[in-house]
Design a protein around this ligand. Structure first.
Ligand SMILES: [Zn+2]
Length: 80
């Protein structure tokens, strides 16, 4: 079995147990949203990440720690 096929099988098994779906072209594996490969990504890295993980820009942002603007206020409120 070619290594890339093993990797695909592994990813399919992982995503179907984690998200209930397997990676499909044009779709986010996490939220199921339709993805426009040409338009939906902010940079080349995010586009490359989609090829690997099939996560849309929003899900990549939340998975890789881009904080929404509210976060600082929430932290400050917690500290008061
Ligand atoms: Zn998504």
């Amino acid at each position: 079995m070619p290594k890339s096929q093993q990797m695909t099988n592994f990813l399919n098994a992982y995503t179907s147990s984690a998200f209930g779906r397997i990676p499909t072209d044009g779709e986010c594996v996490v939220c199921g949203k339709a993805v426009d490969y040409e338009k939906d990504f902010t940079d080349v890295l995010s586009r490359r990440e989609y090829v690997i993980s099939h996560m849309c820009q929003e899900c990549q942002d939340s998975a890789f720690g881009v904080q929404p603007p509210m976060m600082d206020e929430e932290i400050e409120n917690d500290m008061q």
